[in-house]
Write a new protein. Structure first.
Length: 519
């Protein structure tokens, strides 16, 4: 039932009984909680909003759009919502299903014939639904290096990468978050609709829902529009540094995570879903059937083991562009987002008619901690867990551990072995079929590494132990230093492998998926 019909029903019953006001629970101190997480993490800026029973009950803005700029975040400031964008891609597909232009279980090759995975059988049987549910068999974030941190991949590059990425589990065997397949899903939208993904999102979703300030990708931002700059921190640092502009997502990434929005428009998006796919003006964009399909859990997330003592969330399923979980005993439909220098979080509590959104221009848990803290209190009026305090403590611990790991990698172990060969023997071009080439060169008295797809992943190689070196990237805020281990056979270097040095490194730096062979 939509809110409009519910309001009519309530009016007809008003003479018979006077219902109690909805959600008679103690309200959180929105402002105080926002300031607490901002101060605890030394965050740069944040925007936040809450809708309840169809009305925006809170909107708050904090900090600045860029460190040192003095320009405050306002209600009109656009933030990247990152992977929350995935739900717009699945909404577009749901609309096309309603129009009879595609089916969820159609093979992807029906729309994108050149699509393929590593296994030929999987390629033939891979469906539109498989694109959306993180059950492909690929590892976590597999292939993201084609576009991260500053890659300028085209859709064709993404499709090419997928056929070379080796699976780590069986097809539909488990959950591993993925971005590349959502880029393919955006291409399905384009080919089935005849419109580009950004045009479809702008014309068929933003316009009717009333999200007139949102842009479908960063290339559509208008000059002078208030927008944030993302911020990162070197391991151990407490003050954010504006990211290199090259790190902002290219239009190719948009179906997986490229939308920018202000909080007011995100409240319209929340109410659209809480009304079952009906806009504020009463226009139904997706059928009730497809709304339910999009919110139907498909892939179990986590172990699935029910613990002896309960947490705030015990069970989780990934649906079509959404996570469906329990939260303090009530159903929640939500998604987080993370891009270079920014994080966002969006929570819907359908049985309570509540929507919560926050976004921060720092790559920290600022937005997610605030939204979960607020959701906890709004569900039953009790603060069952101090999510914000836990987030601050976790950040401090993680930051210290990351700095220790990086510092350790910069010091050669006392019992380290010397390289097997003279340094010149390691110089050359190495290639991986999904990524491309990586060059090892002499730089001064040592070696250097240059990853072809990224201008930022270009730096010195410090000897660590034996044939393992440490790639130390000049931009220390990426926290993505990597070990590079060369394989030596019969006195010659034949290839190399890579892996992140610290656990704090974002999973999209999927160095471990590279299998680089010397050319």
């Amino acid at each position: 039932m939509t809110r409009h019909l519910a309001s009519l029903a309530a009016a007809l019953c008003a003479l018979a009984a006077a219902p109690l006001p909805a959600h008679e629970v103690a309200q959180p101190d929105y402002e105080a909680e926002a300031k607490r997480i901002m101060e605890g993490l030394h965050a740069t800026g944040m925007t936040a909003a809450v809708t309840r029973d169809g009305k925006v009950v809170y909107s708050g803005q904090f900090g600045t759009v860029e460190e040192g700029s003095g320009k405050p975040v306002t209600a009109d400031t656009l933030f990247p919502i990152a992977s929350i964008s995935k739900a717009f891609t699945t909404t577009a597909l749901a609309m096309l299903v309603d129009q009879g232009k595609l089916g969820w279980d159609d093979p992807v090759r029906k729309y994108v014939p050149e699509f393929g995975m590593y296994d030929p059988w999987v390629s033939e049987h891979f469906t539109v639904r498989d694109l959306l549910t993180h059950r492909s068999g690929l590892g976590l974030g597999a292939g993201d290096l084609v576009m991260w941190p500053d890659g300028n991949a085209e859709v064709a590059d993404v499709i090419n990468a997928l056929r070379h990425l080796k699976p780590t589990t069986g097809f539909r065997d488990g959950y591993a978050y993925d971005n590349l397949l959502y880029i393919v899903a955006g291409e399905v939208v384009a080919r089935a609709s005849g419109k580009s993904w950004p045009d479809f999102i702008t014309q068929e979703i933003f316009a009717p829902v009333g999200m007139t300030s949102c842009v479908a990708d960063g290339s559509r931002l208008k000059p002078g529009q208030s927008r944030v700059r993302g911020h990162e921190r070197a391991a151990g640092a407490t003050v954010g540094v504006p990211i290199d502009p090259r790190m902002e997502f290219s239009p190719t990434v948009a179906p997986a995570g490229g939308i920018w929005c202000p909080p007011g428009d995100m409240m319209k998006w929340a109410n659209f879903w809480l009304d079952g796919g009906v806009t504020e003006g009463g226009q139904r964009l997706i059928s009730e059937t497809q709304k339910n399909e999009v919110w139907k859990g498909v892939t179990p997330v986590g172990s699935g083991i029910i613990r002896p003592t309960g947490g705030s969330t015990n069970l989780a399923l990934y649906a079509l562009g959404w996570l469906v979980t329990d939260m303090e005993g009530t159903p929640a439909v939500h998604h987080s987002g993370g891009a270079p220098g920014v994080t966002s979080n969006f929570i819907l509590l359908p049985q309570h008619d509540i929507g919560i959104f926050a976004s921060s221009n720092d790559y920290m848990s600022t937005a997610g901690a605030w939204t979960r803290q607020i959701a906890d209190k709004l569900i039953d009026g009790k603060q069952d867990r101090d999510v914000i305090a836990s987030a601050i403590a976790a950040h401090e611990k993680q930051n210290a551990e990351a700095k220790a790991a990086v510092d350790k990698a910069l010091v050669t172990p006392k019992d380290a072995k010397k390289p097997s060969l003279p340094l010149n023997a390691y110089v050359g071009t190495y290639a991986d079929p999904w990524y491309g080439t990586v060059a090892i060169t002499r730089r001064g008295k040592g070696l250097a590494i240059d990853m072809s797809r990224s201008e930022l992943l270009d730096g010195p190689l410090t000897h660590f132990d034996g044939d393992t070196f440490a790639a130390i990237w000049p931009d220390r805020t990426m926290k993505a230093d990597a070990f590079v281990t060369f394989s030596v056979e019969y006195g010659a270097v034949t290839g190399m492998k890579m892996k992140a040095i610290s656990d704090i490194t974002d999973f999209s730096f999927d160095f471990q998926d590279l299998d680089l062979k010397r050319q």
